[in-house]
Every structure is written in structure tokens, then in C-alpha cells.
Design a protein around this ligand. Structure first.
Ligand code: DC
Length: 195
């Protein structure tokens, strides 16, 4: 069975949590596509070569969740050749047998426009920055907020595969919503589509 759940949206909106919950409930495989860009950004050297030669070890680095890796990812993600190098792997993952959940910025628009379920998970920049700040140690809130805004701006305004909701995506604003409520909505959408 092929069944793809595309979950897009800005940083710290709750995509990861929702994706893991959906994958766990329905037994689907999960790919956090941001990790691919983070690994390319942190590898150093020519980012296009890094994307073409990405290895399992690159994806296992412990520093991929840092603010630095997020910024580096967003910078290499504007390069069309970097994006192109990562497309085939993501497409194959999306259409693997047994179902897949992919979270990122362009899953519903570019990687898998035929996804059976598309969600665009968002929240205000202040709320996302606060969530990220609570997870980090030793960062000033204002710095985290500035980085969230900078990254949103770069991700939304790049020419190639900018972050945006697909026309047929369900938008979930988690600003005023508990994690449990957001997960419940996502699970209900997938369950309805699976019949
Ligand atoms: O989801 P994340 O915060 O780990 O993503 C890090 C950066 O990678 C994000 O700012 C933009 C880029 N990215 C992308 O361009 N396309 C994706 N599908 C996933 C991430």
C-alpha cells in the first residue's frame, strides 16, 4: 500500500511531534527531511557535493538539532542543485510500501504533490520561538526569535520550492492549541482518508 502524509510548515510549529504520532499510530515510516538539509549545512565544503554524497554517518551527527545547524540548513536549502540532489531519495521514501510520513517545507508542493493527506502546521513566530527557547540552554529569547524570523523569511522567499501551504493542504495553527489537540486532528484526518 502506498499512502503519503505530507506535513509542512515553519520551524518549531509542531511538525515533528505530529509526524511521529501519526507514524506511530498507523505504522508508517517517518522522514524528517529537515535533517537532510541540516546534515548538508553542517558538512562544510561544497554544499552541492555534500548533498550528492550524503551518508548515514552525516545524518547521525549529534549536533544536527542545534540553532547553528538550522541556520546552516536554511542557507544551503536556497541552492537549487542542493535541493535537486535530495529529491529522488525523498520521493522514493514518500511512495515506499507500507505508508510514509514526511515533514519539511515543500513535501506537499514539490516532493509529493500526490500525497493522500497534506497538513500545513504553523503558529505565530513568538510562540514558536518560545517553544524552541525552552528546549535550548543558555540562549537569549530575543536571539532565538530573531533566528526564527530570519529562517522563516529565507524559507518563504527563496525562488526554488519556497515554503508554502499546498492548495489542498489542511492548515493547522497550533498557536492556541495543545499538542494533544493538534495530534488528535492529524490522526483524525489520516484515519478518515484511510477509511
Ligand atoms: O525542519 P527543520 O527546522 O529541521 O529545517 C531546517 C531547514 O532546512 C529549514 O529552515 C529549511 C530547510 N528545509 C527545506 O528547505 N526543505 C525541507 N523539506 C526541509 C527543510
Amino acid at each position: 500500500m502506498k499512502f503519503t502524509v505530507a506535513i509542512d510548515g515553519p520551524a518549531a510549529a509542531g511538525k515533528g511531534t505530529i509526524s511521529r504520532a501519526v507514524a506511530g499510530r498507523f505504522g508508517f515510516a517517518h522522514l524528517d527531511t529537515g535533517l537532510l538539509y541540516r546534515a548538508v549545512g553542517m558538512k562544510g565544503g561544497d554544499p552541492v557535493l555534500a548533498a550528492r554524497g550524503l551518508t548515514a554517518a552525516d545524518l547521525a551527527r549529534e549536533d544536527l538539532r542545534s540553532l547553528e545547524a538550522g541556520q546552516a540548513a536554511s542557507k544551503v536549502a536556497v541552492l537549487p542543485d542542493v535541493r535537486a540532489a535530495l529529491v529522488a531519495f525523498q520521493r522514493a521514501f514518500a511512495r515506499r510500501d507500507g505508508g510514509a510520513v514526511l515533514d519539511g517545507r515543500d513535501i506537499g508542493t514539490v516532493i509529493c504533490p500526490e500525497a493522500e493527506v497534506k497538513l500545513f502546521v504553523t503558529a505565530s513566530a513568538e510562540i514558536r520561538a518560545r517553544r524552541r527557547w525552552l528546549e535550548l540552554e543558555g540562549e537569549a529569547f530575543e536571539d532565538v526569535l530573531a533566528q526564527v524570523r530570519e529562517r522563516d523569511d529565507r524559507d518563504m522567499n527563496r525562488a526554488d520550492a519556497p515554503m508554502r501551504a499546498a492548495e489542498d493542504a489542511v492548515v493547522l495553527d497550533t498557536s492556541e492549541m495543545s499538542v494533544e489537540a493538534a495530534i488528535a486532528q492529524a490522526l483524525a484526518l489520516v484515519a478518515a482518508k484511510l477509511g
